[in-house]
Design a binder for this molecule. Structure first.
Ligand SMILES: Nc1ncnc2c1ncn2[C@@H]1O[C@H](COP(=O)(O)OP(=O)(O)OP(=O)(O)O)[C@@H](O)[C@H]1O
Ligand SMILES: [Mg+2]
Length: 383
């Protein structure tokens, strides 16, 4: 799947991804072996086979001598392998996919604009600082920080990622062991005289650097309380770095404590990832209130770049309803790009690299590249 075939879906996994999951179909029947042509290579599941599966008829199955429910093809090793979707089957899963392609309507239900490939930059900086923020846990902040950063770097932007979560998930996701670090963002915040160069790590992605962190950072929350201008400690620490980068992306921890307030004070804008599930909007009012307070009292420049819908699954009515509700609530603030749910993302964490390099042709990688282009369209670097 490449970007041009991806674009009409606008980040929606749609046709490509619906066939890639674990072996149940809309009838709930296992289809792992039924209708699989070319055993051991790529399975193309035919419509007839689905009918047969639904009817409990499994002649192919016995012909191959396989137990019901067993994998008969390569996707046993690669559950997210892409194979050719059966259009009729696809239509039952994503009834509006054809319309989306014809009318260029994105998964958010709005016309999908064209996001051009950004022109290369002649010179770099000053950086735009983006805080990836949501006090709800597990919504895709860290995943979005790594992959948006990597996609921006692919487009020739110089990117600095800041791990501002004592869990150190961003560092882990980029192959760094937080326990082995001598100096981290914590030292940069708390120790005078320490320069950012001493803390910076290069990542495997050209043009993308990391300010790592580990559990030490949790102490900063307490220690900063007694500091003068405690909310702007991170802004001070980042200032000398801004001329060298085009984007600084801060991965916030899942809370609205002093560390997050520091990130919001340092940032020009905020991206709020929202998981497409029932409680997605719970707590968003508190988050927008916090953003407004920081904007009033500490950082009048702060803007909401956008709400990013993550872990979207077009196969489920629930996911589609939640996304529609999010668009209803936030309108144009919602990014046109939507990140689909795929097992590739947890895999990338284990691999310690972004999806853009781990599975460069995957739908997930294309989604973050599109997000990078949309972000570049939305927030031009500060002059
Ligand atoms: N689009 C996606 N599809 C499937 N899994 C995903 C997706 N995005 C993220 N994940 C997985 O969901 C989990 C949580 O994601 P992530 O760590 O990015 O969230 P987070 O908001 O940073 O969490 P925390 O609040 O704990 O810092 C991870 O295991 C990640 O691999
Ligand atoms: Mg995280």
């Amino acid at each position: 799947m490449n970007e041009s075939t991806f674009a009409p879906g606008g980040g929606q996994p749609g046709l490509a991804e619906h066939t890639t999951g674990q072996p149940t179909d809309d009838t709930g029947a296992a289809y792992t072996t039924v209708g699989a042509t070319e055993i051991g290579t790529v399975a193309v599941r035919t419509f007839e086979a689905r009918q047969a599966a639904a009817a409990g008829y499994d002649s192919d199955l016995s012909a191959h001598g396989l137990a019901y429910g067993e994998f008969a093809y390569g996707s046993h090793d690669d559950p997210d392998a892409e194979y050719e979707p059966d259009p009729e089957y696809a239509a039952t899963l994503a009834p509006d996919a054809a319309r989306q392609r014809r009318e260029r309507v994105g998964p958010t239900g709005r016309p999908l604009p064209y996001f051009p490939i950004p022109a290369p930059l002649a010179e770099h900086g000053p950086a735009r600082i983006v805080a990836m923020c949501n006090q709800k846990g597990g919504v895709g902040k860290t995943t979005s920080t790594i992959n948006l950063g990597a996609a921006l770097a692919e487009y020739g932007r110089r990117v600095l990622l800041v791990d501002f979560d004592p869990q150190g998930a961003l560092s882990v996701g980029l192959g760094v062991n937080p326990m082995e670090l001598d100096v981290t963002v914590y030292n940069l915040l708390m120790e005078r005289g320490l320069t950012a160069d001493e803390v910076l790590l290069k990542t495997a992605v050209p043009g993308m650097d990391l300010l790592p962190s580990n559990i030490d950072l949790s102490a900063a929350e307490v220690q900063l309380v007694s500091e003068v201008a405690r909310e702007s400690a991170l802004a001070r620490a980042l200032k000398p770095l801004l001329p060298d980068y085009d984007f600084v992306i801060i991965d916030c921890q899942p809370s609205l404590g002093l560390l997050t307030v520091n990130a919001l004070t340092a940032a020009h804008s905020v991206i709020v990832p929202l998981e497409c599930e029932f409680f997605a909007l719970r707590g968003v009012a508190l988050l927008t209130e916090t953003i407004e307070k920081v904007c009033e009292r500490l950082n009048p420049e702060l803007r909401l770049d956008g709400i990013l819908a993550t872990m979207y699954d077009s196969r489920t009515v629930h996911s589609r309803e939640v996304l529609a509700r999010v668009v209803e609530a936030f309108g144009e603030h919602v990014f046109h790009t939507v990140i689909g749910r795929t097992v590739r993302f947890p895999e990338t964490t284990v691999a310690g690299e972004p999806i853009t390099t781990y599975a460069t042709n995957s739908v997930g990688a294309a989604a973050y590249r599109q997000l990078a282009r949309e972000v570049l369209e939305r927030c031009r670097p500060v002059e």
